[in-house]
Design a protein around this ligand. Structure first.
Ligand SMILES: NC(=O)c1ccc[n+]([C@@H]2O[C@H](COP(=O)([O-])OP(=O)(O)OC[C@H]3O[C@@H](n4cnc5c(N)ncnc54)[C@H](O)[C@@H]3O)[C@@H](O)[C@H]2O)c1
Ligand SMILES: O=c1ccn([C@@H]2O[C@H](COP(=O)(O)OP(=O)(O)O[C@H]3O[C@H](CO)[C@@H](O)[C@H](O)[C@H]3O)[C@@H](O)[C@H]2O)c(=O)[nH]1
Length: 330
């Protein structure tokens, strides 16, 4: 039996492949169209198939050839502001193509499906920490495209012998502690990555988007989760599904938030570099605070955080950023 990891050449997917291989699950096949991922990010002996998850026939052939019993679906488009500019592109890549993949799974009898959802399904939550039962009101096409996939999975799981876990990631950060993978996308927009680039002189400065939010220091608060802790949550979800558990929707965060200024302090502290920080206008669509209620994932999966110190997340991200320059041309 193989695990199919879509988007396994990308940031989080490449850590998932490492987590599977590290625990001895060697039958791993990756599907990635390399639109933002990297061939080198797929660790051996995982097989990389360069294909599009929307190609239902190709997905069915692959599922049959590798006897896939579980799909972990990371492939997608991820930049929230881009989704506002190109909503139909986001609905195509995230929703329409996920529908094709789910149909391939159903037609081939794959019973276990894990989906990368997002805290963006909550929009601007009225209460923090935000629980899984909170009102779902995405404010971007990106968040809507992910919520629509959650809905398809919910309905498909009623009609077919398919069980799924939708994991709603909060802000994913950090890198493999052993230095084998990390966030590599050029022109990244994520705060910790951008701050590490500024600390290493790859950017002239960091801009703080908004200092007048109703938070203690006026900047936005987010729940940053280490990518290795997140990958481990997927392993546990996979084990639960294979053991017969029912479908679940779970937040992935630590339940603790840090402001933009606290993150900048951590990057300055860990790097020892006092890089330039400018105050800028609010970025459209940013909620003031987004922190996970993280009890359900602990009770349902027995998940425990291992790298939840902000300085550890930053140190891993910084180490990866230092090692990155030579790799991107590969
Ligand atoms: N990074 C975060 O903070 C975050 C937060 C919440 C949810 N997520 C979700 O996690 C998943 C992975 O995100 P990431 O940060 O690793 O992004 P990423 O861009 O590094 O990885 C996405 C991968 O999917 C591939 N891909 C995209 N469209 C494809 C398609 N149609 N067919 C085949 N491959 C395709 C890309 O080439 C890339 O390798 C995404 O679904 C994203 O929405 C990420
Ligand atoms: O140069 C920067 C970059 C970010 N920020 C701020 O930092 C915070 C975090 O921003 P970012 O790292 O871009 O993450 P989010 O916009 O919170 O979105 C991430 O986290 C969401 C879940 O919480 C996911 O759905 C998204 O895919 C993922 O990009 C926000 O307040 C931003 O305004 C800055 O001030 N300056």
């Amino acid at each position: 039996m193989s695990v199919l990891v879509t988007g396994g050449a990308g940031y989080i997917g490449s850590h998932m492949v490492l987590a599977l291989l590290d625990r001895g699950d060697d039958e791993v096949v990756v599907v990635d169209n390399l639109s933002t991922g990297f061939r080198w990010a797929v660790a051996a002996p995982a097989e990389l198939v360069v294909a599009d998850v929307g190609d239902i026939e190709a997905m069915m052939r692959l599922i049959e050839r590798r006897s896939v019993d579980a799909i972990i679906h990371f492939a997608g488009s991820i930049v929230v502001p881009d989704s506002v500019v190109d909503p139909l592109g986001y609905y195509l890549n995230n929703t329409v193509k996920s529908r094709a993949l789910i149909e391939a799974a159903v037609r081939c009898g794959v019973e276990h499906f894990i989906f990368s959802s997002t805290a963006a399904v909550y929009g601007m939550p009225e209460v923090n920490p935000v629980g899984e039962a909170a009102h779902l009101a995405p404010i971007s096409p990106y968040g809507s495209s992910k919520l629509m996939t959650e809905t398809m999975l919910k309905d498909a799981a009623v009609a077919h012998p398919l069980r799924y876990v939708a994991l709603r990631y909060f802000n994913v950060a950090g890198a493999d502690p052993a230095g084998r993978s990390g966030q590599s996308t050029p022109r990244a927009t994520h705060l910790i990555k951008v701050a590490c680039e500024a600390a290493l002189g790859k950017r002239p400065r960091l801009e703080v988007f908004g200092t007048d939010y109703p938070t203690p220091d006026g900047t936005c608060i987010r729940d940053y989760i280490h990518v290795s802790d997140l990958a481990r949550a997927h392993l546990l979800a996979l084990d639960r599904l294979r053991a017969g558990a029912g479908s679940m929707v779970l937040n992935c965060g630590y339940g603790r938030g840090y402001s933009v200024l606290e993150v900048i302090d951590a990057v300055r502290r860990v790097s020892g570099v006092d890089f330039t920080v400018d105050h800028a206008a609010r970025r459209p669509g940013d909620p003031a605070a987004l922190v996970a209620a993280a009890d359900l994932i602990r009770s349902e999966l027995g998940w425990r955080a291992e790298r939840d110190e902000l300085d550890v997340i930053v140190a891993d991200a910084l180490a990866w950023e230092r090692s990155l320059s030579g790799r991107l041309s590969a």
